[in-house]
Design a protein around this ligand. Sequence first.
Ligand SMILES: Nc1ncnc2c1ncn2[C@@H]1O[C@H](COP(=O)(O)OP(=O)(O)OP(=O)(O)O)[C@@H](O)[C@H]1O
Length: 648
Amino acid sequence: MDEYDSGKRPEPEDEGSTAPLPEKVTVGGSPTYRIDRKLGKGGFGQVFVGRRIGAGPGAVEVALKFEHRSSKGCNYGPPYEWQVYNALGGSHGVPRVHFKGRQGDYYVMVMDMLGPSLWDVWNNNSQTMSIEMVACIAIEAISILEKVHSRGYVHGDVKPENFLLGPPETPDERKLYLVDLGLATKWRDTSTGLHVEYDQRPDVFRGTMRYASVHAHLGRTGSRRDDLESLAYTLVFLLRGRLPWQGFQGEDKGFLVCKKKMATSPETLCCFCPQPFRQFVEYVVNLKFDEEPNYAKCISLFDGIVDPNPYIRPINTDGAQKVPFVISFDMFRHLMNLHVLIYEFGYVKLIYQVGHKRGRLTMEEEDGQPNKKIRMGMPATQWISIYNARRPMKQRYHYNVADARLSQHVDKGNEDGLFISSVASCSNLWALIMDAGTGFTAQVYKLSPQFLDKEWIVEQWEKNYYISAVAGANNGSSLVVMSKGTQFLQQSYKVSDSFPSKWINKKWREGFYVTAMATAGSRWAIVMSRGAGFSAQVIELDFLYPSEGIHHRWDSGYRITSTAATRDQAAFVLSVPRRKPADETQETLRTSAFPTTHVKVYSFVIIRGFYVFLPDTGFIYIYLPLFFQEKWAKNLYIASICYGRTVS
Ligand SMILES: Nc1ncnc2c1ncn2[C@@H]1O[C@H](COP(=O)(O)OP(=O)(O)OP(=O)(O)O)[C@@H](O)[C@H]1O
């Protein structure tokens, strides 16, 4: 249980688990069942064997899942899981629900009785499992997930405990089932048929940490790729007996587990596993949010390590072999001569043939080029700069500025009518962007050895200055810039050891928006303001540069308005401005050196005019002659800059 997020998967409620269960159960027109031995207990429910009263000794047993009406899952009436069983129950690999209803204080679901979970099997077999068994599980589990997904749902909690075999010593004992649908969500809107929209809520985690996808850790909307990533971790766990991110404890466990997942390359994760497992991990971690997984291709990866004769495989792999098409009588006769055919649930199952028909393509071969590897385990630290289209204006960059040189640059800028628009820090040296387009009327700044000097900030607030830019250095010192002439009405800031998503959420509800961010080591400072001129705001927080998320947001009209990064994580705040700018162009750039030396920036800068570069001072003056202004295709100026973790 320690691996559940306490907010989402509650410990069994005392009241719920101790309230007496009825001796006999009859719900929703079911026969009467006597409650027999306990099969298991989860965060929400308790499961018992049900024996039909009056039936002979050979009568089929059922599983009875009880959820107390006061359990968190039943806040709004019957458990949410019931709805999902309505849609999925009886789909290949999902147990059938026969009856459901309320009896006394309990909601009861009468379902197929199943056997041990894959975790039980692994545990009872000295915590090991054969390669062939795991490969069969892979094949069957992928096909079960394909069926679940084809009905519009994502399971959301794929793990060894949630895969059950059929009851031992029955014809179903080699069948695999997926249970616990309480965290299932829709990936496709039922009425429109469209993929649900992308979102990220960094403070929301649902699922089980050990097996959760990196996207689930980061609070992204669940989609088909997440089930497959959790399945990949499930398979590696069953093979290796351990995952590299086990053993973290404490409050920041989720952060540490996610960081380790990001830092573990598929090669490292699968170094003791046969090649197909590595290929599977590589494929699933590279899936896009709304990409349709190629289930058949994934299944075919494992063909080579399972017995070609499905009858002697340790797990039934029926799901992967069902061929849902209608064949003509002639074709049927022809096939009868060659193969065994079995009718099942209206499908013709082609035994033996199908495994060979499916090509054994690796992911690389079919795509023509190797997949881009996003999880290499090698952190890169870079400058991240954001450029907005603006009317032509003066903008100066100063970088590698030591504390003692700061005032010299700022004073010179102020003399020329420029104010600081952004600040950043790298290796305890400051970077300053000064320009003529801030709209400020006055500005003060403070360099202090602590990460945001509260006393000074409060003093300036009283004089109607508001924080307009902030940066922190690795040594913990900070540079805070406060300006007059902003549109802010009220301001609040927070310094914390991890990214303060919850606080930001609370402030959003009060009408504040993030207007500046900084980091010092692994600490974060977030500044939020009322009257920020935004109508909506979201956060992308990742261990890499979250290009996919940023593109989804851009398409919905969001633009990056603040950036900050530690050595591990990069945060991007994206906002919808109340007043749309004439030109919404925005570009981002990641460079290992300060961006003025980067070729792309050169192309903006050189064609824009002349500049004087004085390397020993790190000072660049960009001079903009009028006749060039009309020729600029993109008037792009740095709007935000930070230094930290980007890609690996
Ligand atoms: N149909 C079944 N047949 C046999 N055993 C079952 C069946 N359904 C559930 N179990 C057992 O009961 C346990 C709890 O069931 P389930 O996971 O559905 O409950 P839950 O409260 O939703 O759990 P969780 O905390 O994982 O969400 C399972 O781990 C399994 O061991």
